[in-house]
Ligand binder design. Structure first.
Ligand code: IPM
Ligand code: MG
Length: 363
């Protein structure tokens, strides 16, 4: 029997409305094929919210999200708002949503599709059989949320600071999330920190080590972040699940995305307690591509698949989207970012339409 689901939809800025538009189309197709009903509530956040209300994250948006079962977000930001002061910038909408909705765990899978091996900048011998890793990034703590500010000093002019703060409780819950997920994968967790320099990393590492004892079936190793950045391009197959802090996870997930061919392919899920989650592509608003039907909607479409899996427990439906994406790639259709010679170039809308058609056709 089909279910009813209420989704908060935040298209945002730049290419956001286009990629979200195609994703809703795909969800509607899932609804038709599997007998579910998805109800969308559109909300403002980011630059468009600043233009309309003066605030990057209006209170109604947070309240509206809380009334829904999950949130689908496109992207926020753009040159137009780049000169605004820190708290007024569009990016604050993301941090505010994550913080206020308690979404402390950010899952960023980096999967290299075999059809896209040509788009991967690494040599075939480095790629090996497959690249399939998951970055589990802490999302509501660390330097993003610690005390920050500016102060005047007499001798050196202005001084600015941001502070990395982690509590044992924060590290423990993200570590448990990573180990629980690793159980259903290859059972390997790499903890990434900077424990040779940072006190916060030393506490982080101690907590990860302690929690790991509860998961004897999962292997744990530790890596400093500089080495991890190198290992990701030297030998990415060594990784299964990477658990790391907010800022290191931000940086390493962009790097991981590139080895999968294009950042345009990478979805993400931000989770807290319970089934509620926020789903968005890892990439940004790409203002240079906006309104030209050139953006790759796949990262957002795959984010919707993660929503079906993690928030709604609809595994078969999630797999239907993932398999449709794979078959569209198999058939040679590519947006500009993943284009290679001999393939068929398509726009944002056509890509969405093709994915719907393959869902309708079934596996
Ligand atoms: C991301 C983005 C955001 C982050 C920015 C836009 C605030 O880079 O989701 O990775 O740093 O978390
Ligand atoms: Mg980032």
């Amino acid at each position: 029997m089909g279910g009813n689901y209420k989704i908060a939809v935040i298209p945002g800025d730049g290419i956001g409305p286009e990629i979200v538009g195609q994703t809703l189309r795909v969800l509607d197709q899932i609804g038709v094929t599997y007998g579910h009903h998805f109800k969308y509530e559109e909300m403002l956040a980011g630059g468009c919210a600043i233009d309309a209300t003066g605030e990057p994250l209006p209170v109604e948006t947070v309240a509206g999200c809380q009334k829904c079962d999950a949130v689908l977000l496109g992207a926020v930001g753009g040159d137009k708002w780049d000169d605004l002061p820190g708290p007024k910038r569009p990016e604050m909408a993301l941090l505010g949503l994550r913080g206020q909705l308690g979404l402390y765990a950010n899952l960023r899978p980096a999967l290299l599709y075999k059809q896209l091996r040509d788009a991967c900048p690494l040599k075939p011998e480095i790629i090996g059989e497959r690249i399939d890793l998951l970055v589990v990034r802490e999302l509501t703590g660390g330097i993003y949320f610690g005390p920050k500010g500016r102060r005047d000093t007499a001798a050196k002019g202005q001084e600015a600071f941001d502070t990395e703060v982690y509590s044992e409780a924060e590290v423990e819950r993200i570590t448990r999330m990573a180990f629980e997920i690793a159980r259903g994968r290859q059972r390997r967790v790499t903890n990434v920190d900077k424990a040779n320099v940072l006190e916060s990393s030393r506490l982080w590492r101690a907590v990860v080590t302690r929690v790991a004892a509860d998961y004897p079936e999962v292997a744990l190793n530790h890596m400093y972040v500089d080495n991890a950045a190198m290992q990701l391009v030297r030998d990415p197959k060594q990784f299964d699940v990477i658990v790391t802090t907010n800022m290191f996870g931000d940086i390493l997930s962009d790097e991981a995305s590139m080895i999968t061919g294009s950042i345009g392919m990478l979805p993400s899920a931000s989770l807290g307690q319970g089934n509620f989650g926020l789903y968005e592509p890892v990439h940004g608003s790409a203002p240079d591509l906006a309104g030209q039907d050139r953006a790759n909607p796949i990262a957002t479409i795959l984010s919707a698949a993660m929503m079906l899996r993690y928030s709604f427990g609809l595994t078969q439906e999630a797999e239907a989207i993932e398999s449709a994406v794979e078959r569209v790639l198999e058939a040679g259709y590519r947006t500009g970012d993943i284009m290679s010679p001999g393939q068929t170039l398509v726009g944002t809308e056509k890509m969405g339409q093709l994915i719907c058609e393959y869902i309708a056709k079934g596996a």
